[in-house]
Design a protein around this ligand. Structure first.
Ligand code: AHZ
Length: 312
């Protein structure tokens, strides 16, 4: 990857100052000097198609064997990816996000309000990211939740060892037998089964749309609390009889919820770490509503747990 040209200063009043070199023709175009003769560099439709598909299919090939798969690109999944991407450039990390737009519930604070509240000590995560906030004593406020999410997303996506597959749903988990003395039917999680989300949503009215797979020794699930697309992995653990039942997310109590989510973030069955609001369904923790410190710090804890499993 070549980086974006630096040193240019695009200014609407002074477009003539920006010079652009046009591909192989090496013709210098001075933006804004003469809009009548302005033209983009040449293109053919097939070049655009190949530029996208070649890279996507190379990524599918490359990430078919990943070191870690993160399921769900909400605030917890993205925080996990950020910590791992920063610390371990040697690991190949795939993020699978069902939605077209990554970010989960973190584009707004609460209800439809813009500001995002984070209780201390989650301010350390914001400092690391470089997201500004107002200090209100025991908590801090980011002016726009979207500023947090877009900053986090831009950092995660710029790590060369992380690939986001969005509009892609995890439909199932890959398992291998891993019997223990107390449970001869125990399994370990060995990857994920994927499909385009739009295909996943049509299994009831279209037949024979088989999925794809990604092998990975470790899966980190952060699919949020129960809902149409939530708590995916832990619900599947119950239906495949690796967990007797879910505790079920409890009512809202900000005072207890956030500590519990961070503390309970862990490897739930071999090869599967669960974080963010998905873990509230396992142990029966309270929800916290619109305060996001636990999501960032659950991501930090999930990354730490991952390094314990994978080896420092
Ligand atoms: O699209 C989902 C969302 O972006 C994605 N996801 C869910 N199931 C998936 C599947 N395959 C792929 N099968 C899937 N992706 O997971 C993401 C979850 O993001 P989220 O923001 O819902 O969860 P989180 O745990 O990161 O953050 C929770 C934020 C909440 S909820 C809450 C409350 O209800 O009280 N409070 C907070 C702070």
């Amino acid at each position: 990857l070549s980086s974006a040209p630096t040193g240019t200063n695009l200014d609407v009043k002074n477009l003539g100052g920006l010079k652009m070199t046009e591909g192989s023709h090496a013709k210098t175009i001075e933006l804004g000097k003469d809009w009548e003769s302005f033209t983009f560099a040449p293109i053919r439709e097939s070049q655009v198609s190949r530029a996208m598909t070649r890279r996507y299919f190379a990524d599918l090939d490359d990430y078919a064997e990943s070191d870690i798969v993160i399921v769900g690109a909400g605030s917890c999944g993205l925080s996990t990816a950020y910590m791992l991407g920063k610390q371990r450039p040697d690991l190949k990390i795939a993020i699978i996000e069902a939605g077209v737009a990554p970010g989960g519930g973190a584009w707004l604070g609460g209800q439809l309000f813009s500001a995002m509240v984070m209780r201390k000590p989650a301010d350390v995560f914001l400092n690391d990211l470089g997201v500004p906030y107002e200090d209100e004593g025991d908590f801090v406020v980011v002016k726009h939740a979207a500023l947090f999410t877009s900053t986090l997303l831009s950092k995660v996506l710029s790590f060369p060892n992380i690939k986001l597959f969005n509009a892609t749903a995890v439909e199932d988990l890959i398992t291998r037998p891993a019997p223990t003395p107390t449970d001869p039917h125990a399994v370990r999680i060995a990857g994920v089964v994927t499909n385009w989300t739009l295909v996943s949503m049509h299994h009831d009215d279209q037949s024979c749309m088989d999925p794809n797979t990604i092998n990975a020794p470790l899966v980190i699930s952060a699919t949020g609390h129960d809902g149409p697309f939530g708590a995916f992995s832990v619900k599947r653990l119950v239906s495949m009889q690796q967990m007797e039942r879910l505790g079920g997310m409890r009512g809202l109590d900000m005072r207890t919820a956030e500590d519990a989510i961070v503390k309970q973030t862990r490897e739930v069955v071999k090869g599967l770490i669960v974080g963010g609001m998905e873990i509230s369904e396992v142990d029966g923790a309270n929800r916290m509503g619109p305060t996001f410190g636990a999501m960032a710090l659950s991501g930090v804890k999930a990354a730490e747990e991952a390094l314990k499993v994978i080896g420092e």
